[in-house]
Design a protein around this ligand. Structure first.
Ligand SMILES: Cc1cc2nc3c(=O)[nH]c(=O)nc-3n(C[C@H](O)[C@H](O)[C@H](O)COP(=O)(O)OP(=O)(O)OC[C@H]3O[C@@H](n4cnc5c(N)ncnc54)[C@H](O)[C@@H]3O)c2cc1C
Length: 516
């Protein structure tokens, strides 16, 4: 092994190129920050793993400009067909009755293999001129008050990297977490195992998620993965005798639990045995080092929470790191743990309940809570409210979407207006135009400010004027006569107040962006 080469200086080192690391990399790339993302694997993962993408994650991917690609590879409302042996028991849609609405453009879980999500994020990252460094493993970390020194190992050589921040997005076995002595409390359910993999199947249609829930040895399911020839195989394993995951084992399970002799599995690309772990950290940050995604919390696969929670960890951290690296106050980074830790704890509780429901009661229907649209930061120090107008929303809530018209009279959505790495200020009713201009000018690097008028659209509109021609903004946001809403870069409402509260908006942005 060679001695480490000279340390280099960067702003952030992201360890791990799963969905969490990739989302953070995209967010930092679009802010033009100097960072690296390293991955110890020599090749990109091919497994479908977390194939359930939740609506809130789709909103994040919309903001990053990749939602059309994601939707084209995914599938909504795939009916689940249940069998008892060879008898069809019936079809049902886990998300029956859920359809897009003006305030929620993505309303139910999208089925998409995790490798496709990762591929899409790497493609987006490449558009920003960045890429993952494969076969590059973090093997040591030290930190002091000013920077983190990481030792990276690649092809037998070692390199030292000095970065202002290091983010451990390195999965459930996180080397980063262990290196900074953060505990991972919880349980491993040794008896609750699931064999899973991607295989081709002869003799089965691709229009249903096929499920045999009733066998005494546990359920088995085959879910077609769109735009591929593959099915995701999943089988509950209740006994130790099941053996190691292999095509032969998968075939034996299918033969025994379905009673069908016509189903032939072949050409596997990924085979694994998964033990349910339910664990989380008691800290998300130690000095200049952060934990995100599975490195901070692992869930049961039931309910499709893991990947989605990681995506949102990264999105919460990205804009804060961006602001602090642009000289905002360091304390902003403390809000990452304050905001995300309670959410991880509650989602751990939820996925544990769903695990019980799926694995013991064999019940597959999913409630509203899995969509992650109701998660909020109401209790956060970043959620301010003054003299709130009449609104169904509170500071800390997700900012809803709504279709409206822009200055030219073209149809846009609020999500189009929000898209990008900055805050958005919306004012409706009686505007404090002087105040809006002043705040817009002072924080022009960090903020776009808009006024919202009631319809109909009139030509010669002011710059940055939007027209709520169908009343969708009013329905979602309220505040008809007099309201301002400050939307954070990650799509949550930072401040709600009346039009006279522009001074509070100024203080809010000041505390974030005042130089240290
Ligand atoms: C069978 C199964 C089904 C699942 N179903 C769902 C689902 O439906 N929905 C859902 O949301 N989630 C699901 N999950 C969970 C989901 O796959 C994970 O939550 C998700 O992959 C976590 O993403 P991550 O980026 O945090 O970590 P990972 O995807 O684990 O990525 C971490 C990366 O870090 C790399 N790494 C580790 N150590 C180092 C090091 N020292 N140096 C450099 N790189 C390193 C690893 O190689 C890895 O690529 C499922 C998981 C499994 C196994």
């Amino acid at each position: 092994m060679s001695t480490p080469t000279q340390a280099t200086d960067i702003s952030a080192l992201i360890v791990g190129a799963g969905p969490t690391g990739l989302i953070l990399a995209c967010d930092l790339a679009r802010r033009g920050l100097d960072f690296r993302i390293v991955e110890k694997a020599t090749e990109y993962a091919v497994g479908s793993r977390g194939k359930g993408m939740q609506p809130r994650s789709m909103e994040v991917l919309d903001d990053l400009g990749v939602i059309d690609r994601i939707l084209s590879y995914g599938q909504f409302h795939l009916p689940m067909r249940s069998y008892d042996g060879t008898t069809v028991l019936g079809d049902h849609d886990m998300h029956e009755g859920r359809h897009p609405t003006p305030d929620r453009p993505y309303e139910s879980t999208l089925l998409i293999p995790q490798w496709r999500v990762e591929e899409t994020l790497r493609w987006r990252l490449a558009e920003w001129g960045e890429g993952v460094e494969l076969a590059t493993e973090l093997v040591a970390i030290e930190q002091n008050e000013d920077y983190v020194t990481a030792t990276l190992q690649k092809s037998g050589t070692r390199e030292q990297v000095r970065s202002k921040y290091l983010i451990g997005a390195d999965g459930g076995h996180s080397f980063v977490r262990k290196s900074i002595n953060v505990g991972f409390e919880g349980e491993t359910w040794k008896q609750e195992r699931i064999m899973t993999g991607d295989v081709r199947v002869n003799g089965l249609d691709r229009d249903h998620w096929h499920m045999w829930p009733k066998h005494k040895d546990g359920f088995v399911a085959l879910c077609p993965l769109r735009f591929s020839e593959m099915f995701q195989f999943q089988a509950q394993v209740l006994t130790q005798e099941a053996g190691e995951p292999s095509l032969e084992t998968f075939q034996r399970i299918i033969d025994e639990r379905t009673g069908r002799i016509d189903l032939k599995l072949y050409a596997p690309t990924w085979l694994s045995l998964y033990r349910a772990n339910v664990r989380m950290v008691d800290r998300y940050r130690v000095g200049r080092i952060f934990l995100a995604g599975d490195a901070a919390h692992v869930h049961s696969p039931a309910g499709a929470m893991g990947m989605n929670t990681g995506i949102q960890d990264a999105y919460n951290l990205g804009w804060k790191l961006g602001a602090v690296l642009n000289r905002a106050k360091e304390s902003l980074l403390d809000t990452y743990e304050h905001e995300r830790m309670p959410i991880a704890a509650s989602l751990l509780g939820l996925s544990t309940r769903l695990h019980q429901q799926t694995f013991k009661d064999r019940e597959m229907r999913r409630g509203e809570e899995v969509l992650q649209l109701g998660l909020n930061y109401r209790g956060s120090s970043l959620s301010w409210q003054d003299d709130a107008p009449t609104t169904p929303l509170q500071a800390g809530d997700r900012a809803p979407d709504a279709p409206l018209l822009d200055t030219d009279g073209s149809r846009v959505r609020l999500f189009d207006i929000f898209r990008g790495p900055r805050f958005t200020l919306l004012s409706r009713g009686r505007h404090d135009l002087q105040g809006l201009i002043r705040v817009g000018e002072r924080f022009k690097q960090h903020l776009h400010a808009y006024t919202i008028e009631n319809g109909p659209f009139q030509a010669a509109a002011r710059n940055n004027q939007l027209v709520d021609d169908q009343g969708h903004v009013l329905r979602a946001y309220g505040g008809e006569n007099d309201a301002v809403f400050l939307i954070r870069p990650d799509g949550y409402i930072g401040f709600i107040g009346g039009s006279k509260s522009i001074g509070f908006v100024e203080s809010y942005l000041d505390q974030l962006h005042r130089e240290r």
